[in-house]
Design a protein around this ligand. Structure first.
Ligand code: NAD
Length: 567
């Protein structure tokens, strides 16, 4: 008969590991996650292999209608209550049909997140980190075309705009957030004699609700994963119009090994989130990017429920903007023209950082105007599958109607002149790059967020610089991104100081768009959000509830103190 195996050899308690609660193992070693690097953007030049393979994937996705389920606790659910994702540049073409979750599914998703919490919190950090690092490599490698094509077709982005969003920025969010989480965990208090102080960065006591916008696939991916990297479990509601690319990302996370229930993918109506999730006592965090209006409506609802929550929920929101370029008469005009045209019109002005108001001194305006109009006239607006397009369509009918309304308003107003632009929504939601010259600095389109390819310019008298800086600072409720142009160093210093609170991302002689993770962490204050800087340690801190632990090695038995002794 075979002899009984040696109990020591059979045991999993090998000398280098020890068991922790829940049967998990903790390694005896401080691992260091790989130093992150920004994912380089591919060029998609004519004849390049990446261009050929992206075009093949665009063709494939254009011929498919995807059915998108709700994913809760790793399982698929279908309600039969359907929404559709269309190509904004060809709105009769359906790309996907998704099942819309209702109250029942939202409650199931919250339960699933709570159920997965214990397992996820107990999973050793290096395993948690590995899932997101693997997701980054899948995205940068074999899933790159799929994600880019879905973003191009569903959100109407050119190849380059999709590449810097769904491939590069999302890969960067994953790599850098893992790295920043580790840096955060390393922040530890100092110690005194015979005492060891620790700081433990616990996940929040509840689930996190993530609500993402349409305009960046990368933000869709970042809002649920940033809290998950910190050990939280999440209910994620993608934006209706970005459901296709966001769904592919959810599948990619599963492929990378994300356990069931850690992120629950729940396409639903925004109002249902307000109704059923904000009132749930287990909601510990709310991670939002989108309009100021929606985020502002969340605060009173949280206030109404404040006594029922287990903890005060963390509310993190990056919201609207009215991003500016302020030019001085010492500006390098060709650089200013390039910043205005690229900053205002790339991705149809639907970047939260897009240039939408510009202050130009009278002395350089003729040259600036000529340059801007000449360059704008060259921009081709069309289908993203035509790689010669510089711009595509705006996201949906609601956006199209709202932008068209602003253009019509300016056309009819005696206080403005429309220098170029227009719109035609018959086949796709196309808005031409539009430049308005406002004759008053407080004209409507100088103040309100339009979120489309509409740039308003106000021409100021050169000697009114100080008053105009004040107007730029106070003229709009937002403070997201902004740029100044000048070659005169003293003017740069003056403008930078005057506009200190006017933007959370401030640029000198560059366009105010194109923030890169790890280099220009993004976010603004005032009506633009809580300025928790997506893709930085500052954001990750919001998803942790630190516990301070003091261990005393030589506890005292004393009660009274030496100074109390008689003289
Ligand atoms: P949105 O506010 O319409 O939608 C954002 C999310 O909220 C979506 O998932 C939407 O379905 C949901 N929602 C809508 N109504 C809701 C309600 N009543 N209750 C709860 N949720 C609701 O924004 P959008 O159109 O997707 O995105 C554009 C806006 O996002 C712009 O204002 C832009 O400036 C802003 N944005 C800001 C940043 C930033 O970093 N500051 C980045 C990207 C976009």
């Amino acid at each position: 008969a075979p002899s009984a195996p040696d109990p020591v050899m059979r045991s999993f308690d090998l000398p280098c590991t020890q068991k922790i609660e829940g049967g998990q193992k903790m390694n005896n070693g401080h691992f260091t996650v790989p130093e992150p690097i920004n994912e380089p953007a591919k060029g998609y030049l004519p004849g390049s292999p990446e261009r050929a393979s992206l075009k093949a994937e665009l063709e494939r996705q254009s011929q498919t209608v995807v059915e998108i389920p709700i994913i809760i606790g790793g399982k698929e659910y279908k309600t039969g209550n359907m929404g559709t994702v269309v190509m904004p540049h060809d709105h009769g073409h359906v790309l996907a049909k998704y099942h819309i979750a209702g109250e029942k599914e939202l409650r199931m998703a919250m339960d699933a997140a709570m159920e997965a919490k214990e397992m996820w919190e107990a999973l050793p950090w290096e395993h948690r980190a590995s899932i997101f690092l693997k997701a980054a490599e899948l995205l940068a490698g074999p899933r790159r075309d799929k994600m880019n094509a879905a973003t191009m077709l569903g959100q109407s982005k050119t190849a380059y705009q999709a590449e810097i969003d769904s491939a590069c920025e999302l890969t960067d969010f994953l790599r850098y957030n893992v790295y920043y989480a580790e840096q955060l965990y390393k922040q530890q208090p100092s110690n005194s004699w015979a005492v060891w102080d620790h700081m433990e960065y616990r996940p929040l006591e509840g689930f996190v609700m993530a609500l993402s916008p349409f305009n960046f696939t990368s933000i869709g991916g970042n809002l649920p994963t940033a809290p998950a990297i910190m050990g939280n479990t999440v209910v994620w509601k993608p934006s209706q119009t970005a459901t296709l690319s966001n769904y592919y990302f959810m599948r990619l996370l599963e492929e990378a090994g994300l356990p069931a229930g850690v992120i629950n993918f729940v396409p639903c109506r925004g109002s249902d989130v307000s109704r059923y999730v904000l009132s749930d006592p287990r909601m510990a965090g709310f991670h939002f990017t989108g309009s100021t209006e929606v985020f502002s409506s969340v605060w009173p609802l949280v206030g109404e429920n404040i006594k029922s929550y287990r903890s005060y929920p963390r509310l993190v929101g990056e919201t609207g903007g009215k991003d500016f370029i302020f030019a001085h008469n010492s500006s390098d005009v060709p650089a200013l023209v390039s910043a205005m045209v690229r900053g205002a019109f790339e991705y149809q002005g639907q970047k939260c950082s897009a240039v939408s108001r510009v202050y130009v001194p009278k002395s350089i305006w003729p040259e600036v105007k000529e340059g801007v109009l000449a360059e704008t006239a060259k921009l081709k607006v069309g289908d993203p599958r035509d790689f010669t397009s510089f711009m595509c369509a705006v996201i949906d009918k609601k956006a199209f109607d709202s932008i068209a309304g602003y253009i019509d308003y300016a056309k009819e107003s005696p206080d403005a002149e429309v220098l170029c632009g227009g719109y035609d929504g018959s086949k796709g939601y196309f808005v031409q790059p539009t430049v308005i010259q406002a004759l008053k600095p407080d004209f409507k389109t100088m103040k309100e967020e339009i979120f489309g390819p509409v740039m308003t310019v106000y021409v100021y008298e050169d000697e009114e610089l100080d008053a105009m800086l004040k107007e730029c600072d106070e003229g709009s409720p937002y403070a997201l991104s902004g740029a100044i142009f000048a070659q005169d160093r003293l003017a740069i210093a003056k403008m930078e100081a005057a506009l200190k609170n006017a933007a959370g991302n401030f640029y000198i002689n560059d366009k105010p768009t194109g923030a890169v993770v790890g280099r220009q962490p993004f976010g603004g204050a005032r009506a633009s959000g809580t300025n928790d800087k997506a893709g930085s340690m500052l954001n990750l801190i919001r998803w942790a509830s630190p516990r301070t632990v003091k261990e005393c090695f030589l506890p005292t038995g004393e009660i009274t103190y030496g100074y109390m002794a008689e003289e």
